[in-house]
Design a protein. Structure first.
Length: 255
């Protein structure tokens, strides 16, 4: 069941989204050679505390997870696609880092992700990140009243496949509101004109993920959470929480 949000609720979700935006900005600024992933998690935790917000990630346990998620921030490095668990690993020059963060404020949730390179960037990594961002922009552009979920999926998939990249099978975006994961699902590849019609008041987390090697396969790391590319190539992730409105898509987690 899809809950249509009122304009007042969307404004409240924007407040939660801005906590997310501030946290991602702070984490990216703090990330540098020698900084541990646990230290980045603490930076994100500090933003939550300052805002009086809570984490929808911490303690979250979907069906596939062997244990509750132990942090407020997902940090996925190099061949990790999503759901990276912050640990003692210290960032190295040239690491490709994807950070995913959520915040709950006033009963509403925001969710967003970005990717960047620490220190010296390889051209191939910058192209991968830029493609994830272009795919996100294309998906948002298609998120208009009267379109369908398939139009968003097709827009994302066209950009990713056109660049020669893989798309992790079975993972994509989702509805969001009172809970982090709500209906409908938003695939990262699909046929235009198919799926649920978009209406004013729907709020979606749109999140393309791309695999540099061009294959779609992935596996779970021993922690049961971190998803890694099967071919060992690098991955990038981009995400925004977006409200569908009669005046066009509204990015609630804009930085």
């Amino acid at each position: 069941m899809v809950e249509l949000k009122t304009d007042t609720s969307i404004d409240a979700m924007h407040e939660a989204g801005q906590v997310v935006a501030r946290a991602l900005t702070a984490v990216q600024k703090a990330a540098g050679v020698g900084v541990s992933l646990l230290e980045l998690d603490e930076v994100a935790h500090g933003v939550l505390r300052e805002a009086g917000a809570t984490s929808p990630f911490l303690g979250y346990r979907p069906d596939f997870a062997p244990t509750p998620f132990p942090a407020v921030l997902c940090v996925s490095v190099n061949d990790a696609i999503v759901h990276g668990v912050p640990g003692r690993y210290r960032l190295r020059d040239g690491d490709l880092v994807s950070i995913d963060f959520g915040a709950e404020l006033g009963g509403w949730v925001g969710d967003s992700a970005l990717s960047f390179v620490v220190g010296t960037a390889r051209r191939a990594d910058l192209r991968l990140i830029e493609t994830a961002e272009r795919a996100l922009a294309a998906g948002i552009e298609a998120a208009v009243v009267g379109n369908r979920i398939g139009d968003i999926a097709h827009a994302i998939g066209t950009v990713c496949r056109g660049a020669g990249y893989g798309i992790p099978d079975g993972f994509g975006g989702h509805g969001i509101g009172r809970r982090m994961h709500e209906d409908p699902g938003v695939p990262n590849e699909g046929r235009p004109g198919r799926g649920m019609r978009l209406r004013h008041g729907m709020v979606l987390a749109i999140e393309p993920m791309v695999i540099a090697g061009g294959t779609d396969g992935y596996h779970a790391a021993p922690d049961g959470w971190t998803l890694k590319t099967n071919d060992g190539s690098r991955a990038a992730h981009a995400e925004h929480t977006v409200a569908i409105t009669d005046s066009g898509p509204r990015i609630l987690t804009a930085r």
